[in-house]
Design a protein around this ligand. Structure first.
Ligand SMILES: Cc1cc2nc3c(=O)[nH]c(=O)nc-3n(C[C@H](O)[C@H](O)[C@H](O)COP(=O)(O)O)c2cc1C
Length: 378
């Protein structure tokens, strides 16, 4: 594996490299991608086996499903899996939960089930907090008239792609198809391939990497989630999988111990900035999901819209890569947060919920997932 690829893994959360040699991705970590739910007889478990493949911040998979009441799935945030440094209001975590919810509904429709969704059924979270109460309940009822979602076929192809993209610029038709697929109440997908605007956004994205990866608290949060080597990924298939030959060498040389990874002036943090900047330099289209407001329901809707965008991109052969830095709500990012919103012309109460690179690149391997049993209460 190239050193650059290895460091791209360190940069961003959950990329996967599987080359022949030492410290390959353990098959158990990506097993949930193979025939999801095929062995389940309970329809809810079958649908949940697909839902856990949803994109989510830092691949933390911050969701819990309670199926103790017949016919009902009660979904809540896993309070042990939050990102207090980079996501103080738990906004990104809720977007990931929204993506999970959308995929669950699509998987239910695929089985001829109507999914009746109630958001925040036991009341709103207080301020920026999340708590043990559900973010949604889903009741499944057999209904042969429920149409399957055409996007569902793209689930096995969907990936977060952190590679530098080719020079091919996504055309207006592809971007219009993405925008149509993204449609959810109150959420709109915008995009730009205008060279001057692309450059402006590139500069902001790069400034964002420098702040997030150079900040002691946010970088330490990422470093703590790095699973270095095959055994570590197999033991905990969430967070950032650092696998392959370079990971093996790095481990042997003592370069990838917790202390070394955590340093903001260390090789991992510095190279993470450089490889992310290189990927941004090879970006010729940016897109962003804006919302009419910033309520919790809206954040969940944004997650649903992002999952749909992600699947539509996979269907169109487009690579997609969230760049969330400039949307993060910690103090050191606030000036960039404001500048970014000004550049894309989104003013309060509207907000941007997701900001992504779009383009073309070879599809990477799937990212690890925890097995269904780790997130379901039966
Ligand atoms: C709300 C949200 C924010 C994300 N932000 C980033 C990001 O800033 N950088 C990045 O590389 N990936 C980001 N991702 C993608 C996740 O890291 C990715 O979904 C996860 O690692 C699992 O990989 P997969 O999407 O290939 O299954 C984000 C995803 C979500 C839902």
């Amino acid at each position: 594996m190239k050193r650059r690829s290895f460091m791209r893994v360190l940069a961003a959360g959950g990329a996967v490299i599987a080359l022949p040699g030492c410290d390959q991705m353990p098959p158990s970590a990506t097993a949930p991608w193979t025939a999801p739910g095929a062995s389940q007889t309970d329809l809810r478990l079958r649908a949940l086996s697909w839902a856990l493949l949803a994109p989510n911040p830092h691949n933390l998979q911050s969701w819990v499903a309670d199926i103790r009441e017949p016919g009902l799935i009660r979904l809540s945030v896993d309070l042990q899996r939050l990102l207090p440094a980079s996501d103080p209001p738990n906004r990104q975590v809720l977007i990931g939960c929204g993506a999970f919810l959308e995929l669950l509904c699509q998987a239910a429709a695929q089985q001829g089930q109507r999914a009746e969704v109630t958001l925040l059924p036991e009341g709103e979270y207080v301020a920026d907090g999340v708590d043990a109460r559900p973010f949604a309940t889903v009741r499944l009822t057999a209904d042969a008239s429920v149409p399957p979602d055409p996007l569902f076929a793209a689930v096995p192809l969907r990936r977060t792609n952190r590679a530098p993209f080719t020079a091919q610029v996504p055309d207006a038709q592809a971007l219009a198809q993405l925008a149509e697929a993204a449609g959810r109440p109150g959420i709109t997908l915008h995009s730009s391939t205008d060279a001057a605007k692309v450059q402006r956004l590139r500069e902001l994205a790069i400034a964002g990497y420098r702040v997030e990866f150079g900040n002691a608290a946010t970088w330490a949060e990422s470093a703590k989630l790095m699973r270095v080597g095959a055994a570590a990924v197999a033991a905990e298939p969430s967070g950032v999988a650092v696998t392959g030959t370079m990971a093996w060498f790095g481990r042997q040389l003592g370069m990838l111990g917790p202390e070394a990874l955590r340093k903001t002036d260390g090789v991992a943090a510095r190279t993470a900035i450089n490889s992310s900047a290189e990927a941004a330099a090879h970006t010729h289209a940016w897109a962003w999901l804006s919302s009419a407001d910033n309520s919790r329901r809206t954040q969940i809707e944004a997650g649903r819209a992002y999952l749909r965008t992600d699947l539509a991109a996979a269907q169109l052969g487009l690579a997609i890569h969230p760049n969330s830095q400039v949307l993060q709500e910690f103090e050191a990012m606030s000036a960039l947060y404001d500048r970014f919103h000004a550049v894309v012309g989104v003013a309060q109460p509207a907000r941007v919920q997701m900001f992504v690179r779009l383009g073309y690149a070879a599809r990477p391997e799937p990212a690890p997932r925890r097995p269904l049993s780790r997130l379901v209460h039966t």
